[in-house]
Design a binder for this molecule. Structure first.
Ligand SMILES: C[S@@+](CC[C@H](N)C(=O)[O-])C[C@H]1O[C@@H](n2cnc3c(N)ncnc32)[C@H](O)[C@@H]1O
Length: 294
């Protein structure tokens, strides 16, 4: 069935989509009301196509009867597409500007610890890319600094894959040859990330919409120097994006950096205490009252 026809159906009977959302909340704790309605409609449509169901009411019935279908829809909504060094220019900026500033802040003693959070980390490609950069940045600048990266996602299956840290070649196409050799061990057609990089990342489940806490539970306290939250906000309705941005900003230490995805931006950064640091690469810095330039 064409998406337009589905919209027409749902338009006639909004309770179908509301019912689907209620069933999801009950069975998976996933609150679809926060996500862009158009995205939810597309994912529901695609599940219906897979099951050859043409009537949203029948799909709702199926969900109520079969909680496994709720899990299938949740998996379809958690779009885990990612890759190592996705948007390579962002990682170059992190390497050339952000990490040196975090490790050796101007006018301050060198850092003894750098704490980062990769929020919406999928199978670990993003936090592990950062782990590789941090590993080499600390060696390059001879920093004696502990690096800790907390990586979170709502999708427990993606986190389980992240902990295994085995990747197909397609996920590594932006990895430079020297790094590929130094950081990965071939394993059949796949590549295993070496333990020294894996050890820098701590994975845990976290729902970014959880308003009860700022930092992910695994990190105990917030005060992050760097947060990557890329290609996640785009799935949320604009008011929810704002709530999540407020949480991320609260979790940043003054002077800390926030990176959003290529098609994401903070519309009113100042309202969250954020300053645009590099607009082209969606990089923000939290206002630090102790620093004159930020
Ligand atoms: C497209 S991936 C982005 C991965 C990585 N950040 C990148 O840019 O390559 C989006 C991730 O956000 C996660 N996600 C979706 N809703 C979430 C939520 N409410 N809380 C935490 N993670 C969420 C999905 O499970 C998925 O793994």
């Amino acid at each position: 069935m064409l998406i337009a026809m589905f919209f027409e159906r749902v338009g006639r009977n909004l309770t179908d989509l509301d019912g689907i959302m209620d069933a999801m909340l009950a069975h998976t704790r996933l609150d679809l009301r926060a996500y862009r309605r158009s995205m939810i409609e597309r994912r529901v449509q695609s599940r219906m196509d897979r099951l050859s169901i043409t009537d949203p009411t029948l799909y709702l019935h199926r969900m109520r009867q079969d909680p496994a279908e709720c899990a299938q829809l949740a998996a379809a909504i958690a779009i885990n597409v990612s890759a190592f060094f996705r948007d390579p220019l962002v990682f170059e900026l992190l390497d050339a500007v952000v990490l040196p500033e975090l490790l050796h802040p101007e006018g301050r003693p060198p850092a003894t610890e750098v704490r980062a959070w990769s929020a919406g980390c999928a199978q670990g490609e993003e936090p592990y890319s950062l782990a590789i950069l941090l590993h080499y940045a600390t060696r390059k600048t001879r920093a004696t600094c502990a690096a800790r990266i907390y990586a979170t996602d709502i999708d427990a299956d993606a986190l389980a894959r992240a902990r295994i840290a085995r990747y197909p070649r397609e996920a590594l196409r932006e990895v430079k040859l020297g790094i590929l050799d130094a950081a990965f061990v071939p394993n059949g057609r796949d590549f295993d990330l070496r333990p020294e990089f894996r050890a820098l990342v701590d994975f845990s489940r976290d729902d970014l919409m959880d308003s009860d806490r700022d930092a992910p539970a695994a990190s105990v306290f917030s005060g992050f120097d760097l947060i990557l939250c890329r290609n996640v906000l785009i799935y949320f309705e604009p008011p929810v994006q704002d709530i999540v941005l407020a949480r991320l900003s609260r979790s940043l230490t003054p002077g800390g950096f926030l990176v959003l995805g290529e098609s994401e931006s903070a519309h009113t950064p100042a309202s969250h205490g954020l300053l645009e640091f590099d607009a082209r690469h969606h990089l923000y810095r939290k206002h630090d009252p102790a620093r004159r330039t930020t």
